[in-house]
Design a protein around this ligand. Structure first.
Ligand SMILES: Cc1cc2nc3c(=O)[nH]c(=O)nc-3n(C[C@H](O)[C@H](O)[C@H](O)COP(=O)(O)OP(=O)(O)OC[C@H]3O[C@@H](n4cnc5c(N)ncnc54)[C@H](O)[C@@H]3O)c2cc1C
Length: 545
């Protein structure tokens, strides 16, 4: 059987960082197994290609969630990257780390070394920030380029002026000392091209002789000897392909993402005994927290029709598109270099929220049915609002013992009372922002939720009819103490009760953070690489309290 020191399952955000950092030790051998193919498709690299990869099954798992109590009977679509770079190859490019309190809460939950001052050095060492930023918080020499949106649009400017007219300050860097305020987005885009985790971390690592990256390698289960993980089994070529077993001398690392890492554990007999037995899977290790605790951000998209100016809805059609294509080909700028979101605003749902609990985005475009996959034909602008730190939790459970059956994904959006309250407050703020004085020359009328929707009950009902995921699932293999009922991994990300096995990806977050998840997932993997290599952490950053 082929043997490597480390076998990494999944070449996504986390897997790419791990492959890079672990292979810095020339004597260490690493095999990365990725179910998807190579990341050659031009739509991955062209920022505006987001709208295409959103549904492209060749690079996307394209999951469907189960209808929940507050999704109006709808099954919400859940895209996930299935290619080198994983979800970072199809995501919306936003770079947003979260708030200091998010990570201090992780530490408070019993996770040593995960407080903000401990993890800030990892955010810094990974990034090459281009643009504004205080050196206390921002890195300038890392492999991951982070730029600020450079397209200037009168609607975006008017939106920001509108926010300021409501008392929301302009913030030059929401990844700096404080998140609150309004600003253009920071993105993982360099020279008009996507900066995926594969581009920043995996492709440089592949040039090293000690890294073997295998695509179309779908891992079906972990191989154990007693309580020790010693390798994995995968199908070369995917479904119907040739079964292959490889061994890990040191560790098997699951980086399959928040839906697939718990799925692989459950298929391997690690999880809730009742669930495993109900699918005829022998219980290798009872760990009821596997797959439980799923969290995500839930967002209704408020839309206004626009007059007196062109929005992206019209600019992407006919001869305009040809002009934009030429612009991108010659200057790497213009419409095709844009992310789906352009302006970010962090604010409070009410006076009692100590730090901003609402994340609000603005785009001079609108989408069919409020879902980002297809633009509308009429001119429109969208203000999306979501609660940053939801309390509702759901689960990911295998549907059957077939490794190719998509897992059951139940996020239970809005089941916590606080979540419903904050989401309604977000819609009210979105409405005020769209109706602000500076946007008045362009504001035609409210399309969604519509002027008839006024009371809290009506707003909540509208949210349940049209809200969608913001694509931030996490917390399905939570990090926490061994004596808790919910933790799956310890604060070194080792699976409780087993050896030779870690989970390192968005699923280990113990609690949802006030951010999109790519930046923090990369940080988790970078810190984990030091834990694995037994290297001391970079010195904690000293901050005024
Ligand atoms: C459409 C979309 C938009 C998003 N927008 C943003 C954004 O703008 N900003 C932001 O910060 N975050 C965004 N996110 C979220 C962010 O990209 C993810 O949270 C992050 O990439 C998760 O990293 P990960 O390593 O946990 O998983 P992933 O990056 O998803 O990696 C998991 C990898 O494992 C592979 N895999 C899974 N199962 C197996 C198996 N059995 N065998 C082999 N390989 C397997 C997958 O194919 C994938 O490549 C978005 C996500 C999506 C899908």
């Amino acid at each position: 059987m082929e043997t490597f020191d480390y076998v990494i399952v999944g070449a996504g955000s986390a897997g790419s960082v791990l492959a890079n950092r672990l292979s810095e030790d020339a004597g260490t051998t690493i095999c990365v197994l990725e179910a998807g193919g190579r990341d050659w498709h031009p739509y991955i690299h062209l920022p505006a290609g987001f709208i295409k990869t959103f549904h492209m099954k060749s690079v996307n798992w394209a999951y469907q969630q189960e209808p929940g109590p507050y999704t109006g009977g709808r099954s919400i679509y859940a895209p996930r990257g299935k290619t080198l770079g994983g979800s970072s190859s199809i995501n919306g490019h936003i770079y947003n780390r979260g708030q200091r309190q998010d990570f201090d809460t992780w530490a408070q939950m019993g996770n040593r070394g995960w407080g903000y001052v401990d993890i800030l050095p990892y955010f810094k060492r990974m990034e090459r920030r281009v643009g504004e930023g205080d050196e206390t918080f921002r890195g300038r020499e890392g492999p991951l380029t982070v730029t600020t949106m450079d397209w200037r649009d009168p609607l975006c400017e008017a939106f920001m002026a509108g926010a300021m007219s409501l008392g929301i300050p302009r913030n030059p860097d929401y990844n700096g000392a404080i998140q609150e305020g309004v600003s253009y987005c920071q993105r993982t885009i360099e020279n008009g091209l996507r900066m995926s985790a594969a581009k920043a971390f995996l492709h440089p690592a592949r040039k090293r002789p000690n890294v073997d990256v295998r695509t179309h390698a779908h891992v079906t289960n972990i191989i154990f000897e007693g309580k020790r993980a010693v390798g994995v089994r995968y199908l070369r070529g995917g479904k119907g392909g040739t079964p292959v077993e490889i061994r890990a001398n040191k560790e098997v690392i699951l980086s399959g993402g928040a839906y697939n890492s718990p799925q692989v554990l459950q298929l391997s007999g690690v999880g809730s005994p009742d669930l495993l037995r109900s699918h005829g899977i022998e219980v290798r290790h009872a760990l009821p927290g596997v797959g439980e605790g799923l969290q995500d951000h839930y967002a209704p998209r408020s839309v206004a029709r626009v007059k007196n100016i062109k929005t992206i809805n019209e600019l992407r059609k006919g001869w305009h598109l040809w002009v934009e294509a030429l612009k991108w080909a010659t200057t790497r700028r213009g419409l095709l270099s844009l992310s789906p979101t352009m302006v970010y605003c962090f604010w409070h749902s009410g006076e009692t929220a100590e730090s901003s609990d609402l994340q609000i985005t603005f785009t001079p475009a609108s989408y069919k049915e409020g879902v980002q996959g297809a633009l509308e034909d009429l001119p429109g602008m969208t203000c999306t609002s979501w609660q940053q730190r939801p309390e509702s939790r759901g689960y990911v459970r295998i549907r059957s013992s077939d490794p190719f059956a998509p897992p059951i994904i139940q996020t239970n959006y809005l089941t916590a009372e606080l979540d419903r309250r904050v989401v309604v407050a977000g819609m009210k703020l979105a409405r005020r922002l769209l109706k602000s004085e500076p946007l008045a020359p362009y504001y035609d009328y409210e399309d969604f939720p519509g002027p008839k929707v006024q009371s809290d009950e009506e707003l909540l009902s509208a949210a349940t009819q049209r809200g969608t995921t913001t694509f931030h699932p996490g917390c399905t293999c939570r990090m926490g103490p061994a004596d808790s009922t919910w933790a799956v991994v310890d604060d070194q990300l080792r699976v409780h009760g087993l050896s030779g096995l870690r989970v390192i990806d968005a699923s280990v977050m113990p609690r949802m953070i006030s951010a999109n998840l790519n930046a923090s997932t990369l940080m988790i993997a970078d810190k984990a690489s030091d834990l694995i290599r037994g290297r001391s952490s970079p010195e904690a950053v000293r901050l005024a309290s």
